[in-house]
Design a protein around this ligand. Structure first.
Ligand code: LMR
Length: 329
């Protein structure tokens, strides 16, 4: 609008630097690995909108989706170093921090329903697990939901024997490693960003994930079969760098906590729907045959994966596993 002013870069730079420091917005870099059009991606955008609006622009949230800044393991390091302030890694990915308890969420069939899951995440156990992050320089703010996982491959996966010899991509969780071994498959832990390429070039022949993750990464285009097995859960902890969080003015922290609570409530309302729509979109794409399991087949899957509990109990902590099972039953 004011050509004279704009054509003078020196003046512009000066005017930008001029306001006193307290007027400069607090910037939160929120890095994540999935597409914007997923439960996590949508909730991150909702948090941004709420935080910026509720703080009257005092806080600016920059959301970086699709591993644009960092891949799985790097993003945790970046958070601890303060290169980014906020993440929402899957609960399967916390063991590099030395917090293995979250892997309980990966145990096959541990949550019979979403209600059972919420009883854990919104209760005492959920809170106590988040507190374990404090000593790692991380503050846990919330649990975000994705959904129950499906299995995919280039052949129908109906009985445990169908997994024999298949190389299956997993998230880097020992529990998921054991789960695939219990089925007779060979697990391979890969970063999320490497998964769709690995399926395309045959490094792995199959994988497990939620429909929304599979669809938005176009995994269905290279997977001819998928089974709606709902054999395990995928969800997130929203975390911040503790030093950053503790260093915020108390009023700002309160506003952000409120924005997070609202974004979390929103996330809960869209997670299931987003996954249902993604499964429907895969069906419509016509690339992939979608299988469901009969009650008898389901029982066989459960039986094949049951030994994972005994093998992993010590790693995760027997008390945690038992407490979750109690709460979730
Ligand atoms: C995966 O690696 O498959 C998931 O954890 C990705 C995600 O963040 O949902």
């Amino acid at each position: 609008a004011c050509a004279g002013f704009a054509s003078s870069p020196g003046a512009l730079a000066q005017s930008r630097n001029a306001p006193n420091a307290s007027a400069a917005p607090i910037v939160i870099k929120f890095s994540h690995v999935v597409a914007p059009d997923t439960p996590k991606g949508r909730a991150a955008e909702r948090f941004k909108a709420l935080a910026e609006q509720m703080s009257n622009g005092q806080v600016k949230v920059e959301v970086y989706p699709n591993s644009q800044l960092y891949r799985d393991r790097e993003e945790l390091e970046a958070l601890q170093l303060g290169a980014v302030q906020m993440l929402a890694p899957s609960l399967a990915k916390f063991s590099p921090l030395g917090v293995k308890e979250f892997e309980a969420f990966d145990l096959p069939y541990i949550f019979p329903s979403k209600q059972a899951l919420y009883a854990v995440t919104e209760g005492r156990i959920g809170r106590s697990l988040l507190r374990k992050l404090e000593s790692k320089g991380i503050t846990g703010l919330a649990y975000w939901d994705n959904g129950f996982k499906i299995m995919s491959a280039n052949k129908p996966l109906l009985a445990p024997a169908d997994f024999r010899g298949l190389r299956m991509r997993i998230q880097s969780s020992r529990v998921l490693d054991e789960q695939m071994r219990a089925l007779g498959a060979q697990p391979l832990a890969l970063a999320f960003s490497e998964t769709a390429p690995a399926l395309r070039n045959g490094v792995v022949q199959g994988t497990e994930n939620t429909p929304s993750n599979m669809y938005t990464q176009r995994m269905h285009e290279t997977q001819k079969h998928l089974t709606v097995s709902n054999h395990g859960y995928l969800g997130y902890a929203v975390i911040v760098n503790k030093k950053f969080w503790d260093g915020l003015p108390a009023g700002t922290r309160r506003i952000l906590a409120r924005a997070m609570a609202e974004a979390t409530a929103y996330e809960k309302t869209i997670a299931q729907r987003t996954n249902d729509e993604a499964l429907e979109a895969i069906r419509r794409a016509g690339t992939t045959t979608i299988h469901t399991l009969s009650p008898q087949q389901q029982a066989e899957w459960r039986k094949a994966m049951a030994p994972v509990y005994a093998r992993m109990e010590e790693r995760i902590g027997k008390d945690v596993v038992q407490a979750i099972r109690r709460e979730a039953s």
